[in-house]
Structures are given as structure tokens and as C-alpha cells.
Write a protein that binds this ligand. Structure first.
Ligand SMILES: Cc1cc2nc3c(=O)[nH]c(=O)nc-3n(C[C@H](O)[C@H](O)[C@H](O)COP(=O)(O)OP(=O)(O)OC[C@H]3O[C@@H](n4cnc5c(N)ncnc54)[C@H](O)[C@@H]3O)c2cc1C
Length: 396
């Protein structure tokens, strides 16, 4: 057993930390308040190769794995820049295309994803289906050689910044009508489509979220969006389900890394403050265990989550997908809870300063709260663990 990063991974961590600190949380908040994006940081990270660490070298990436991408997510968040689009574009979209795309799709999309010039966001959630992906109502149907996509998606991050969106739809297969008591009903198979965000028939509207972030969420409307045959990810409809699943572990692991980094950032801000703030004579407020212990407790929770994140990433990179699924879900649960605890505890330790924009901690309350809901809620992870680890009957 080895808990150490390799020398290259340590170098990556130090370099990303340096980059993140050069921008810092005030840059992140300024962009959010101005309704702008962290474009400079994104492009610099792309130029330095950090956005493509997990993309194969033949397509312009670093040839590393999800461990390296988790390091990038964690360190940028630990510097106060939790970039959700890292989870969506390099973690989900690049993994899906690298693993299940056609050679033409890999050549077309991966180099741009690697250098950050291209962003592909991810759309699975729907208003009616919510956590129940079996109810997805976005349907793709053939029209000659083309596809026509119709449906609605919600909470889709980064649509305004991306050239493409990876849409999860369902395609009717089989001979029978879509619904009929007599004939064999058509089956709806999941399929992924790479859809240009300026495609005719695709419209979006921004959701007003209570999260301080330069990255926004959108409702997406697909109204007979016409796509060429090669918009379908993979060589055939059989690629759909494995492609969808291949994005889930990277998503959970990198979002967890972002949560752990955010937790570290908050604890560092607070513990720096509590060692110098004195309101009872010469002693710092951190000398009071009522202040120090909650911070220490949060630090323990964050570190425990980090252990599970890097275990999950190591399993994933070793090709042990099923075990990575269990650890990835557990890491996402642990990091979501730890990040929310760390930020709330840091706000409390900072007192009034905790609620100011200047100290940069309360600005993260919305984001860490959302981290217990998205991209998979804590309840759905508990359902997964209860069923797959504890052998309980499926409850839904
Ligand atoms: C900031 C943010 C960014 C997002 N970005 C994206 C994105 O880029 N792309 C995308 O596709 N989606 C995105 N989402 C959507 C996110 O993945 C969903 O919000 C999440 O999966 C939960 O779905 P829901 O909101 O429909 O909740 P619902 O499914 O309506 O659930 C509501 C509550 O009920 C609980 N619940 C539901 N079913 C069960 C059950 N069987 N057992 C126990 N509890 C249950 C849930 O845990 C939750 O607490 C984002 C969401 C947020 C908040």
C-alpha cells in the first residue's frame, strides 16, 4: 500500500496550486459578480496542459488519468477557484469521447478539450425525471440519415460558455409501436449526442441560482434539433449505455476532489484568522477549544474524504471500474458532507468576518450546499451503497 503521489503528480499539484493562488478566490468572486467567466484562468490552465491531463497524448493530452485530473480540481478549489466545468468538460465529456467516441470524434474534439479551446458540457437532468434517469423523456428519432432530438433538460452548467453539449437522449429500438398493449413495445435505449450549442431548434434560458459562481445553470429546450448521423457518440446505438456509465465515475471523483479542495480552502482561511484574532486579552480565539475543535473536526472529515477520493481515482485508473464505482460514490458523499461542514465551520470561526465578501468564505456556502445535491444527491448515493454494498432491496 502506498499513499504517496508520484514525483510527477507532486509537481503537477505544486504547479496547479501556484497557478490557482495567482488568481485566487477574489478573482473567482469578481467574475461571478460581474456575470463574467474565469476565461483567463481556464485558458492559462489549458495552455499549461492541466485541462488535458487525463486525455491521451495522441490527441494532445497529458496521457495521465483521473488521479491527475482530481489533483487539478482539488488544487484549483483549494486556491478558492472551484471550477465546475472541469468536472463537466475534461472529466465527463473527454472521458466519454476518448473511451467510446469514434476515431473521427476523438480527432475532432479531444485536442480542443485538452488545450481548453473547446468546452463540451453535459446534459442529463430533466425536469420530469429528476434523479430517476429511467424516466428520461428526451427522444432521438431517425429522419433519413439524420437524427432529430426533442426534449427538455434542466440545471445544465456552462451552456453559455460551451460550443457543444453532450446530450443524453433515448432512441426507440424494436419493431413495435412506442406504446401498445398488443404489439411488442419499442424499447428506449440511452444514446449520447454531441450537439452544437448554436444548432437550430436548441434554445436555453439561464436559471437564477443562489450560488456565487462564474459558471451558470440553464434550462435547455430541444425542439426537433437536426443532427448529422455522426453526432451520435460511438459507432452504433450499443455504445450509449457504456458511454453514459463511463462518464459517471470521473464525474463523482472530480466533483469530490473539488469539494475537498473547497473544504481545505475554507479551513485554511479560518485557521489563519483564528491564530491572530484576539478578543480576550493576549490569547488568540483559536486557543479556545470551542473554536479550534470544530475546525479540527472539519479538517479530519476533509482528510478522510481525500483518502477515499484518491483510492477511487487509483482504482479507476487501474481499470477497476466496479470498485471505483463504490469508492467514487463514497468519496462524493464524504467530500460533499465535509465541504459543507468545513465552509459552515469556517464561517462560524470567522464570526462577522465570515459573512463578508472580503474574507471569501460565505461566498462558498451556496456552492457547497449544492454539492450535497449535484451531480448525484447524497440520498441517491446512500441508496447505491445500501443496495450494492449492503445487499439491501432496491427501495425505489
Ligand atoms: C449547481 C448545479 C449544477 C448542475 N449541473 C448539471 C449539469 O451540468 N448537467 C446535468 O445534467 N445536471 C446538472 N445538475 C442537476 C443535478 O444533477 C440534479 O439536481 C440532481 O441529480 C438531483 O435531481 P433533482 O434536482 O431533479 O432532484 P429530485 O430528483 O427531484 O430529488 C429531490 C430530492 O429528493 C431526493 N430523492 C429523490 N429520489 C429519491 C429516492 N429514491 N430515495 C431517496 N431520496 C430521493 C433527492 O435526493 C433530493 O434530495 C446540476 C444541479 C445543480 C444544483
Amino acid at each position: 500500500m502506498n499513499f504517496d503521489l508520484t514525483a510527477e503528480q507532486e509537481q503537477l499539484r505544486d504547479a496547479v496550486r501556484t497557478l490557482g493562488r495567482r488568481y485566487g478566490h477574489s478573482y473567482f468572486v469578481e467574475k461571478a459578480r460581474a456575470g463574467a467567466h474565469t476565461t483567463e484562468l481556464w485558458h492559462e490552465a489549458g495552455r499549461l496542459g492541466y485541462l488535458g491531463v487525463n486525455i491521451p497524448t495522441e490527441y494532445g493530452g497529458g496521457g495521465g488519468g483521473i488521479t491527475e485530473l482530481a489533483i487539478v480540481c482539488e488544487e484549483l478549489a483549494a486556491a478558492g477557484c472551484p471550477l465546475l466545468l472541469l468536472v463537466v468538460s475534461p472529466a465527463i465529456a473527454a472521458t466519454v469521447i476518448a473511451r467510446h467516441g469514434t476515431e473521427a470524434q476523438r480527432k475532432r474534439h479531444l485536442p480542443g478539450l485538452a488545450d481548453g479551446s473547446r468546452k463540451i458540457v453535459f446534459a442529463i437532468t430533466e425536469p420530469e425525471a429528476g434523479s430517476n434517469f429511467h424516466r428520461l423523456g428526451t427522444v432521438a428519432r431517425r429522419d433519413g440519415a439524420d437524427w432529430l432530438l426533442s426534449g427538455r433538460k434542466c440545471y445544465i452548467s456552462g451552456v453559455d460558455e460551451a460550443g457543444h453539449v453532450l446530450v443524453v437522449a433515448r432512441v426507440a429500438v424494436g419493431d413495435g409501436p412506442a406504446s401498445s398493449a398488443e404489439a411488442a413495445p419499442q424499447k428506449l435505449k440511452p444514446a449520447l449526442f454531441i450537439v452544437p450549442t448554436d444548432a437550430p431548434g436548441l434554445t436555453s434560458s439561464k436559471l437564477d441560482m443562489q450560488i456565487v459562481s462564474p459558471e451558470n445553470q440553464f434550462l435547455l429546450y430541444l425542439d426537433d434539433v437536426r443532427l448529422p448521423a455522426d453526432a451520435l457518440v460511438g459507432e452504433s446505438l450499443d455504445a450509449g449505455l457504456p458511454a453514459l456509465f463511463s462518464g459517471l465515475n470521473p464525474e463523482r471523483i472530480t466533483v469530490a476532489a473539488m469539494g475537498a479542495g473547497t473544504g481545505r480552502y475554507a479551513i485554511e482561511r479560518a485557521s489563519g484568522y483564528t491564530t491572530t484574532r484576539k478578543v480576550w486579552g493576549g490569547r488568540s480565539i483559536g486557543s479556545h477549544q470551542g473554536v479550534a475543535h470544530p475546525l479540527a473536526h472539519a479538517a479530519v472529515q476533509v482528510e478522510l474524504a481525500r483518502l477515499m477520493i484518491y483510492k477511487a481515482a487509483t482504482l479507476y485508473d487501474a481499470g477497476r471500474d466496479l470498485e471505483a464505482g463504490v469508492s467514487g460514490n463514497m468519496s462524493k458523499y464524504a467530500a460533499g458532507e465535509a465541504a459543507a461542514l468545513a465552509v459552515d465551520t469556517a464561517v462560524q470561526a470567522l464570526g462577522g468576518a465570515g459573512m463578508t465578501t472580503e474574507y471569501g468564505v460565505a461566498t462558498l456556502l451556496g456552492a457547497v450546499r449544492a454539492g450535497r445535491i449535484a451531480p448525484v444527491s447524497r440520498e441517491m448515493i446512500l441508496n447505491f451503497v445500501a443496495q450494492h454494498v449492503l445487499g439491501q432491496e432496491k427501495s425505489y
